[in-house]
Design a protein around this ligand. Structure first.
Ligand SMILES: O=C(CO)[C@@H](O)[C@H](O)COP(=O)(O)O
Length: 779
């Protein structure tokens, strides 16, 4: 079916909003799902990535159903997200802890360290004068490294909410050039792009390898929807997913702000001022310029006010109003300048041009003659002055906005819009679709689907002007004086704000110390309980090795051991290079799977490049894919091992890591800590042949792995009815047995259940011994 629609999804702070659009940019439907945010300590804000994923599925499904469109008529989807919301993921892309929401300020101390590092990458922070916000990626990652080193160490990927979503949609882990440029100190102007020097100065070199290694421009195709994602969203598998970026920046595209001189003003609880420039410059009091952050050659300069809609809403609630009509009417009756009332809009600090998190709001100049209309209008004026102050800093640095295209809450107030236009003396343009970020996503999706040739053409077709609010010259002249009074407030009040903040900080530190100790104890207890539950759930497993079976009658022998109670069947895939023997490959696995479909084929790869066989073995019917940490291609790199294990899991197999007898357990501890594998295989004989003598040196290794791992531990080689129990007593729950099962004194019908019984008995003994040791430790 010809694609006629695209889906744009705006992953905001409080909810996710999906819209179905046609190719002229007309929205057919919108649907939202809320996100809960947790505030575990003052200034901290966290979200659960599972909630993002659930919300995305719910919102997209509802939007499609409301629009009544056939999902096969959808050409592509694009999601934007809040930025910079940081998440640490394991190798399978699952979150290791809740995400640090963009507004989370716990890394203020680390932000100061970043600002002080003196690296050239700080050019985007007020030309090196800073400051750097705690909102950004590097301060947040540094906080993780310093305060939760285990999470930092275990994290296979540290990325943004955007990258998490795209990974789960497509299976591809990539970064967006937009997010990386505006919040990760990445620059297209630097060879390789990454802020390597800055990371080195901060001792954070590891972060560069944890970031997604590929960086894609906005609107590029990340990949097609996986089968699981397609089912989750109710869309066709393989549907193109376009690269998105920061919600506000995608809003620029939805407003058609992509030409030099244009500025997008995105209003909500805060204001964001995003200007488009074709020149790269840096200056005090502004953020950016971020080269190529929007499109190639389309650079962005940024300013921001933290409390705008939120300050107005705060006052409305304070005076007990449900809506804004009464306050707007009262404020409209007050003349510009509010008869001496001047406010400072820094209720949650100042983002630009002062960048002072400790600054606060103020209402000054009050007399007993003033009413709430004065205060309400003065608040609105202060927000408009704050915007003008940002424009002033931009003009001083070479960027003069010629028009402002505005979206969000402020567009609902004529008073507010007119005051903005009058104070700054520029036209304010409104477009037809107020949901600029969702439309911006839809535009990028349309480009990714090839339904419009490029972003400028898509903007021309999909963004439509609604009306223009022109400035009034006389009122502008009036406001110049009041603006001067506003500008004088911050320097006058700053010393008081800073000493009050120092007192608050001292109190907060005392409270946090008490809280932290309690939280750590609770976390430890939870981890122990989880590991205990995982251990209880493990099975006692025998995996007969078909290396000792009759190769002329393999299917018959496999059927026999499965019927005898073998939960797994061990298939040794030897390549004659990694071990001096050549055995079985994918065609035999395929044939076994076909003939004995209920056999769990536990494939053990003793091959030099296990990564070359993962897809083939999965397709052949392998149920477990175990490879060696020593294999060239893995080469003791837990990163490479985790990536291969994740590939195996993504193909529906369990993932196992194997160690030769001489390899110490330490080599795989990071892999275990990251939860990257389901099984650890410990060889108790030299790899290559069946019928060798069990080496008891494997037993302390079993115990060491069990101390760190709640998954399957399988011991392979030399297992007999005499030693099986002692191996399980050391902590193993699965044993490979070749000659004992297929060529032993007892037939498989006796040997298999006998081994299972011995493993179960050994595990019971292990449990009592570890419970006794724990009790001793507590005394
Ligand atoms: O991988 C191997 C040996 O390299 C094993 O799987 C053996 O096949 C086990 O056989 P037995 O030692 O139990 O005879």
């Amino acid at each position: 079916m010809t694609a006629k629609y695209v889906i744009g999804v705006d992953g905001g702070t409080e909810s996710i909003r999906a819209g179905v659009f046609d190719l002229e940019g007309t929205p057919l439907s919108f649907a939202s799902a809320p996100y809960p945010t947790a505030f575990p300590a003052p200034g901290w804000a966290e979200q659960a990535p599972a909630d993002w994923w659930a919300g995305l599925g719910a919102a997209v499904k509802e939007a499609i159903s409301k629009a009544g469109v056939d999902p096969s008529a959808v050409g592509a989807i694009c999601v934007d997200t809040t930025c910079c919301t940081v998440v640490a993921l394991d190798a399978a892309g699952q979150a290791l802890r809740p995400a640090l929401l963009w507004m989370d300020m716990r890394s203020a101390g680390q932000a100061a360290k970043v600002a002080a590092c003196g690296d050239e990458a700080l050019a985007v922070n007020g030309a090196g004068a800073g400051p750097v916000s705690a909102e950004w990626m590097i301060p947040k990652a540094l906080w993780l490294k310093e305060n939760e080193p285990d999470v930092f160490e275990q994290a296979a990927t540290i990325c943004e909410y955007q990258d998490f979503i795209n990974f789960h949609l497509t299976g591809r882990m990539v970064a967006s050039v937009n997010n990386a440029s505006i919040r990760w100190h990445y620059s297209t102007q630097r060879p390789g792009g990454w802020p390597t020097g800055m990371l080195r100065k901060l001792g954070l070199e590891a972060l560069q390898h944890k970031w997604p290694q590929e960086v894609l421009p906005l609107g590029a195709v990340v990949g097609g929807l996986t089968a699981a994602a397609a089912a989750h969203l109710g869309l066709p598998e393989g549907l193109p997913v376009a690269q998105g970026g920061a919600d506000a920046d995608i809003g620029m595209i939805g407003l058609g702000v992509i030409r030099p001189g244009q500025l997008a003003l995105l209003t909500g609880s805060s204001h964001l001022h995003l200007g488009v420039t074709d020149k790269i410059f840096h200056g005090k009091g502004i953020w950016g310029v971020y080269p190529d952050a929007i499109l190639p050659g389309v650079h962005m300069v940024e300013g921001g006010q933290t409390s705008t809609g939120s300050a107005v809403a705060w006052y409305r609630r304070l005076v007990g109003e449900e809506g804004y009509d009464a306050l707007n009417a009262e404020a409209s009756a007050v003349p510009p300048g509010c008869e001496g009332v001047v406010c400072l809009d820094h209720f949650q600090g100042n983002r630009t041009p002062h960048t002072d998190a400790l600054s606060r709001g103020a209402i000054t100049g009050l007399t007993l003659a003033h009413g709430r209309g004065h205060v309400f209008r003065a608040l609105i004026e202060s927000i408009c002055y704050g915007t003008e102050h940002i424009f002033e800093a931009m003009r001083e640095n070479g960027f003069a906005p010629t028009s402002v295209t505005v979206a969000g809450g402020a567009t609902r107030s004529d008073l507010w819009l007119q005051t903005h236009a009058d104070v700054s003396n520029v036209p304010f343009i409104l477009t037809k679709v107020a949901d600029a970020p969702a439309l911006g996503c839809a535009i990028l999706a349309a480009v990714a689907a090839g339904l419009h040739p490029d972003v400028p053409a898509a903007c021309a077709a999909m963004v439509h002007q609604d009306r223009v609010v022109m400035p009034d010259a006389q009122r502008h002249a009036q406001y110049r004086q009041h603006y001067a009074a506003y500008k004088a407030l911050y320097p006058a009040l700053k010393p008081g704000f800073h000493s009050a903040a120092a007192a608050r900080e001292a109190e907060a530190q005392l409270a946090a110390a008490a809280n932290g100790a309690q939280q750590q104890a609770a976390q430890q207890q939870q981890q122990q309980q989880q590991q205990q539950q995982q251990l209880e759930a493990l099975h006692s497993i025998v995996s007969p090795s078909i290396l000792s079976a009759d190769f002329a009658n393999l299917a018959r022998d496999v059927r026999r051991v499965v019927d005898a109670g073998a939960e797994w069947v061990h298939v040794d895939v030897f390549d004659g290079v990694f071990v001096p023997n050549l055995t079985i490959g994918p065609p035999v696995v395929k044939s076994l799977h076909k003939n004995v479909p209920d056999a769990f084929l536990d494939c053990h790869l003793c091959t030099v490049h296990p990564e070359n066989y993962v897809e083939e073995l999965a397709a052949a019917g392998a149920a477990q894919f175990t490879f060696h940490i020593e294999a060239p291609g893995i080469d003791f790199s837990c990163g490479a091992a985790a990536a291969l294990a994740a590939r195996a899991r993504a193909l529906g197999m369990l993932a196992g890591i194997a160690l030769k007898p001489e390899t110490p357990v330490d080599s795989i501890l990071p892999l275990l800590a990251a939860g990257a594998v389901d099984t650890v295989l410990l060889l108790a004989v030299r790899a290559g042949f069946g019928g060798q003598k069990f080496n008891p040196a494997v037993l302390p290794k079993v115990a060491a792995v069990r101390a760190a791992f709640g998954g399957n531990i399988i011991v392979d080689g030399g297992i007999t009815l005499d030693n099986a129990r002692s191996v399980a007593e050391a902590g193993a729950n699965a044993l490979v047995a070749g000659s004992t099962v297929f060529a032993g004194k007892e037939p498989p019908e006796v040997a298999v259940p006998g081994l299972v019984e011995l493993i179960a008995a050994g595990r019971t003994a292990w449990r009592s011994a570890s419970a006794a040791a724990a009790a001793n430790g507590r005394q």
